[in-house]
Design a protein around this ligand. Sequence first.
Ligand SMILES: Cc1cc2nc3c(=O)[nH]c(=O)nc-3n(C[C@H](O)[C@H](O)[C@H](O)COP(=O)(O)OP(=O)(O)OC[C@H]3O[C@@H](n4cnc5c(N)ncnc54)[C@H](O)[C@@H]3O)c2cc1C
Length: 493
Amino acid sequence: MSFHAKLSHDGYIYTKHDGLVQGLRTYGVIQPETKIRDADAGKVWDAVIIGGGYTGLIAARDLVKAGKETLLLEARDRIGGRTWSAEVDGTTYEMGGTWVSHVHGRLFAEMQRYGLKDDVQMTRTDGGGCSYFTLDTGTGSRKLSLEDAGAMTQRAWKLFMNYDGLDGRKLCPLPYSTLGNSRVSFEEVQAVDQMSCRDRINQIKDQLSADELALLESLVPHMCAGTVEDVGYLEMLRAQALQGFCPETFEEVWTLYKIREGQSALARRIFDDAVRLGLQYSFNSPIKSIIDRHGVVSLGTTTDNSTYNPLRPPLSPLRQEAMRIGHLNHLTKVHAEVEGDLRGLRGCTWPGDLLYVYGDGFCAGNKSTRIISFAGDNRGKLDPLKEPERLEIALQRFHPMKIKKVLFHDWLSDPYSQSGPAWYRTGYLTKYLAELQKRHGNVLMANSDWASGWRAFIEGAMEQGALAADTVMNEIGILGANPSSDPERDARL
Ligand SMILES: Cc1cc2nc3c(=O)[nH]c(=O)nc-3n(C[C@H](O)[C@H](O)[C@H](O)COP(=O)(O)OP(=O)(O)OC[C@H]3O[C@@H](n4cnc5c(N)ncnc54)[C@H](O)[C@@H]3O)c2cc1C
């Protein structure tokens, strides 16, 4: 590992001794923050990318690889967006996107390309300390074996998912083509899109025990941080179709494997590769206006109040409506370092300030454990910035523990994310998805939140970045068809 973790503005650490402190170290911070050659300042670029999340990083790398003159502008001081790892006292903490799976083909291809495909570790440690599942559904806390809790969750999940009698194959045979395809009409999809997760639970609840029902009612908000009443069932069905119509693989696809060095180590490799190939960039550069005039797009980083009109031409009324409604994911993800061996810890508290907990391996030195926990939508109930000590209380509900520190990124108050990865309410996808995916003149709208495949995953970001880069290359020419005026860079290529 040749990277040096530098202090970012992002992330928080809470200890009883020091209280809440903002800013954690990460390999994602890029310094100096700007690299734009004097000769290139103010020129017309082949492509300007707004945002250095995985979507932007993949687009940037693919474009410079094809010889396109590309500028990356990022509002934060770091790359990675909603996926970044903090380095604290020798331990890596994934503050956002974390788990990887073999069904995420583009992501694994990137891990392979940068030598990380075998460099994975598991969140759960078989036989680690406290290897049991705490189930606390409001009527008291019980300890179950991991096997019993797993079997209960799986039975409930399988019933929930088997809407069409074929584990989703009938309704979602081609999960990248959700809005209708050669086997299912748009109207059939639209009918299911009107159904909430609560509607589906109501269809099967007579077949569930009280514990199974509680596990299901808490698992849905754990996945998408919306309520079962609001979250559309279609997206759940589609996620299962993407994982091979196989409810049994849920945990190994969603919550098992991580990149050992952390996601920021992968993001950094992609970024460094792009810089080596000629990418220029500026961090701490929030874009405030985008104007497309006769196909040439200008970006502004300041707000002029007298004439402020952030996007010209304006977005379509349908897209504006979609953006006003937004999505439902308002999650909180919390890490803690706790004394001793809790690597096997699992649990669910429902209802509760935190929903699920996972032991996540030893911290550096092997004397304390890293644990992760997730809350659903806690807006108006618990603000970690105002009451960080309540996170400790909520963690104690899973198991008595001596907490050394608590770490988190407050995705909700973060102006450049405003929430977690997108999960949508009933009826949203069939009404707005196609519009969200459309380009806006010469502005391409790429983001994992409206990917066709693994929406709301790192994989979806990589899909969107690659597609956007491809569109640019198709329109302005691929390598060789559009030679640059920079012999130095051509020599490097
Ligand atoms: C807590 C959490 C847990 C997750 N867990 C997983 C997981 O386990 N596995 C998984 O695959 N996925 C997971 N995800 C989802 C995954 O992290 C995201 O889908 C993915 O990182 C989104 O990438 P993106 O590039 O599309 O968007 P972003 O990462 O949001 O990137 C957008 C970038 O644009 C920048 N930006 C925004 N506005 C401006 C502006 N005006 N000017 C300049 N720059 C701007 C932002 O700072 C950001 O860097 C998780 C996400 C969160 C938050």
